[in-house]
Design a protein around this ligand. Structure first.
Ligand code: ZN
Length: 88
């Protein structure tokens, strides 16, 4: 799978509207590809921000699980959108 394909699927992935096979393919790619991981985190944050203004969307739980998986498996610091990388 190439990055361009992953980008196309990321939104569907966050919506949990990909097939199990696609989900596995996306996850396998983002584990190996820092660029797509960043893109996914960006999208996940945007989705999460939207969810805060909408009543109980069904994918809230999915997004929360995604955050946890990203933090655990990829070491991506998500969950604190205001945190900025330390300089120096
Ligand atoms: Zn990629």
């Amino acid at each position: 799978m190439e990055c361009a394909d992953v980008y196309k699927w990321l939104q569907a992935y966050l919506d949990a509207s990909v097939t199990a096979e696609q989900e596995r393919a996306v996850e396998a790619h983002i584990r190996a590809c820092l660029e797509c991981r960043r893109k996914l985190v960006e999208l996940a944050r945007a989705v999460n921000a939207l969810e805060r203004s909408e009543p109980l969307p069904p994918r809230a739980e999915f997004t929360r699980r995604l955050y946890e998986a990203l933090q655990k498996e990829a070491g991506v610091p998500v969950g604190d959108p205001v945190r900025k990388p330390r300089r120096g």
